[in-house]
Design a binder for this molecule. Structure first.
Ligand SMILES: O=P(O)(O)OC[C@H]1O[C@H](O[C@H]2O[C@H](CO)[C@@H](O)[C@H](O)[C@H]2O)[C@H](O)[C@@H](O)[C@@H]1O
Length: 361
């Protein structure tokens, strides 16, 4: 295992959110002090407008800034926020018995995000390795449950990190899927077929990648990553005083491409085609491909840490089927039902699932 700098959690400004309606979690008591709670906002600036105008740059930079500590709430306030939030999104480890009870008579299908979920967040995106212990946990889970990785990275790259051939992979935020043949209830076999709904955008993405490389090379610390059907512009290592410049550089390139949009992840600006396809759609596609499109006998579980994972959490909540688990140390607005604090807890959860399954055999 290579040494790497593990970086801290991103903190945001505050917003008011309605208490979640937990569809698959047993009813929980309302949080102390009422039905609404103010929680720190975390990467909620999911879609950034890419049209012209200086005001937009301010919005972008505010959003980028929102991923750095800007405000310190009092200890009591913080405790209250945390307590309320955990009541709404209890730990998936604490609720393990209830979770497996929900799965009785159902096939669990496991969906896993990569960065921040299976691997810790580190400064260099090329060194976001998962541990061998985590790899073993994922390998074991895939023995008992169909398992897919859904990542913002390009599929080949995430496969190189995970290196488990028995999984299904969806790269580029779900725009590049290698899943089972549609409609077959096959598991872990070799019947994998590609699905690439943004194929026509490949030449454009390539052009924009080159333009962004050129444009941002004067900004120390900026890193442009080609994720095949989308592009990441990382600013984790860019000094905050240069964020406006970087935002302007990115914007000046995107102005020429109205068919591309910009979202924000953890210290990263993510550029992708405007097509209506995301991690949620990829989850639905994979469920359908596995033969569970209209099945009541399936319990999809999605574990992820970032804003783009919310699309998948929302799909599960809207379907009233399965649930999302958000990996976070701090309260965030989310459509997930449960939480885990960090990748090591994800590993623990996966191991417990395997032990539970083995105890039934
Ligand atoms: O969907 P994911 O698998 O979570 O991918 C989302 C982005 O993850 C990577 O960036 C993030 O992790 C890096 C390594 O820990 C970190 O340096 C960066 O700040 C994070 O944003 C990946 O490099 C991006 O391309 C993905 O879009």
């Amino acid at each position: 295992m290579t040494n790497q700098t593990v970086v801290g959690f991103d903190t945001k400004s505050t917003i008011e959110v309605a208490v979640s309606n937990l569809s698959v979690v047993p009813p929980l008591p309302p949080p102390p002090g009422g039905r609404r709670v103010t929680i720190p906002r975390k990467n909620f600036f999911s879609k950034l407008e890419t049209g012209g105008g200086g005001a937009k740059i301010h919005a972008w930079v505010d959003s980028m800034r929102a991923s750095s500590p800007t405000r310190k709430s009092s200890e009591t306030e913080e405790d209250h926020i945390k307590n309320s939030w955990i009541l709404q999104h209890p730990s998936a480890l604490d609720m393990f018995e209830q979770i497996v009870n929900l799965s009785k008579g159902k096939q669990i299908v496991m969906f896993l995000d990569y960065d921040g979920t299976l691997s810790p967040i580190v400064e260099d995106p090329d060194r976001a390795f998962m541990t061998n212990e985590m790899r073993q946990a994922v390998r074991d889970v895939a023995k008992y449950f169909p398992t897919a990785i859904i990542s913002g990275r390009c599929r080949a790259k995430v496969y190189n990190f995970v290196r488990l051939s028995q999984l299904y992979y969806a790269g580029s935020h779900g725009m590049d899927i290698k899943g089972p043949s549609k409609g077959c209830k096959c598991r872990n076999d070799n019947q994998v077929v590609p699905f690439q709904p943004a194929r026509e955008f490949l030449p454009m993405i390539d052009k924009v990648y080159k333009a962004l490389l050129e444009k941002t090379k004067s900004t120390p610390g900026a890193k442009v990553e080609n994720n095949k059907f989308c592009i990441s512009v990382h600013y984790r290592c860019v000094d905050e005083t240069s964020w406006t410049t970087l935002a302007e550089q990115v914007k000046s390139v995107l102005n020429e491409y109205p068919k591309l949009k910009l979202n924000q992840g953890r210290k990263v600006l993510e550029i992708r085609p405007i097509i209506k396809w995301d991690k949620g759609k990829a989850l639905e596609y994979l469920l359908e491909s596995l033969g569970y499109a209209n099945s009541d006998n399936v319990l999809p579980v999605y574990i992820g840490d970032d804003r783009t994972d919310e699309d998948a959490f929302k799909v599960l909540r809207d379907r009233g089927q399965g649930f999302g688990i958000l990996v976070t140390k701090a309260p965030k607005e989310t459509n997930a039902s449960y939480s885990l604090q960090e990748p090591s807890e994800v590993m623990h959860f996966l191991r417990r699932l395997v032990e539970w399954k083995q105890s039934l055999l």
